[in-house]
Design a protein around this ligand. Structure first.
Ligand code: BG6
Length: 298
């Protein structure tokens, strides 16, 4: 029985190991937990709201149709990160027995009306199809965005992935030197010079147009703890709120929990994707276990 569905969530359980599983809330189609042989791979705040009253703090929230806040026409009324993460998605069922694979859908009928109406006045007909595949050593999330309208519209997409780490003080993220980076704290664009990203304060950066050939690795004390692969997701946000920002977020607990997480967020956010009527666009995030350090120059 690799899938268990209830009113508010769906669980995928690996046929190879019952302690390798994924839990998905229908609210936001948010993945709230992913364990490999009983070891949690994602960070979830102990104060995260799982009752649909606000987006989930942790796991993998979904960002659509805007990343952050935008002053662009049609987007300027939307709240931060849009409405996918605070709409209740439809569970479309299981599409594969092994590896267990499920799909969720969101369109104007399911979308949180209050927020959706702020995107181009709620006038865009769209279909989102999220596919989640649980492999013994990997989690694959794929989004397809389709334009079911008679006019073009545009969007951002991002997987806002909170990865678990033992201690952010010992954590590095590799393969970003030479990349163009927009630092959201400095409001400046520059070329990344550091051989690896390390963390010693709040960090909020958008690495733009990073080739999908590049693997991003989260490395702790010389050991690879997560490998992040991307398909058609050229931008990577790296975020850690650190102590002060965590203190100001009511749903961020424990307050020193920033030590236990790093957000590596693959998306298409440095500009908008435009879809013509009838067109669709697809992107995937693959998070994989694997020990080998792979260094890739620009
Ligand atoms: C990140 C942004 O993706 O999300 C940050 O780069 C933001 O600027 C963070 O603070 C969390 O956003 P929110 O809306 O979930 O508090």
């Amino acid at each position: 029985m690799p899938i268990e569905a209830s009113d508010d969530k769906v669980e995928l359980i690996s046929p190879e190991n019952p302690n390798t599983k994924v839990s998905v809330l229908l609210y936001g189609a948010t993945i709230t937990s992913w364990t490999i042989e009983g070891v949690e791979q994602l960070w979830l705040s102990s104060a995260a709201k799982l009752d649909g009253s606000r987006p989930v703090r942790g796991g993998i929230p979904l960002v659509f149709p805007v990343f952050g806040k935008s002053s662009a026409p049609g987007f300027d009324q939307l709240p931060q990160h849009g409405f996918a993460r605070n709409s209740t998605w439809e569970f479309l069922g299981q599409t594969k027995e092994n590896p267990p694979t499920v799909q969720f859908g969101l369109g104007p009928e399911q979308a949180n009306k209050e927020v959706y109406s702020k995107w181009d006045n709620g006038d865009n007909d769209f279909t989102l199809l999220l596919t989640i595949e649980l492999q013994p050593d990997a989690l694959i999330t794929t989004i397809e965005v389709a334009n079911s309208d008679s006019k073009p519209w545009k969007f951002n997409w991002l997987f806002h992935t909170y990865l678990a780490v033992d201690d952010i003080d010992d954590t590095l993220v590799n393969n970003l030197p030479g990349e163009t980076c927009y630092d959201q704290l400095l409001a400046e664009t520059y070329e990344e010079k550091a051989p690896a990203i390390d963390f010693n304060g709040e960090l909020d950066r958008i690495y733009q147009n990073v080739s999908c050939e590049k693997l991003l690795q989260v490395i702790e004390l010389g050991k690879v703890v997560h490998n992040v692969e991307r398909r058609n997701l050229p931008d990577v946000v790296v975020w850690n709120p650190w102590a002060n920002k965590a203190a100001g977020m009511a749903d961020f607990e424990p307050k020193d929990g920033f030590h236990k997480m790093v957000c590596i967020e693959p998306g298409h956010v440095h500009d908008f994707v435009t879809l013509e009527p009838g067109e669709s666009w697809t992107g995937s995030q693959i998070i994989r276990k694997g020990d080998a350090i792979k260094l890739q120059a620009i």
